[in-house]
Design a protein around this ligand. Sequence first.
Ligand SMILES: O=C(O)C(=O)C[C@]1(C(=O)O)C=C[C@@H](O)C=C1
Length: 112
Amino acid sequence: MTTSDIDDSVRVELNRLRQSIDNIDAAVVHMLAERFKCTQQVGHLKAAHQLPPADPAREARQIARLRELAESAHLDPAFAEKLLNFVVAEVIRHHERIAEESVNDAARAGER
Ligand SMILES: O=C(O)C(=O)C[C@]1(C(=O)O)C=C[C@@H](O)C=C1
């Protein structure tokens, strides 16, 4: 069955819900883009001060906080934790790349 086979009133309701889903997905993308802009700056700050890319104690606090928020919002806390871990893993990869680039830049500057 495709959307062309279904009753008009169902199609209208489905389209209404899909419009909201599309708006929410756009908001998520924009929020993630802003989050990554912040974490890129954190990556440069950490690289400049030789701080490790990952901070497991900070992550533990973020997970505890997000799980509580998820519970009060009736969202599965395990899902919220998985989502944060997925995003943070990507951030750590970015931090590692920034740190490598900063070491390479310093080595090249030392060769001059
Ligand atoms: O807060 C930091 O130290 C960050 O690098 C940011 C961030 C995050 O994306 O929230 C990423 C990696 C760390 O392990 C913890 C948190």
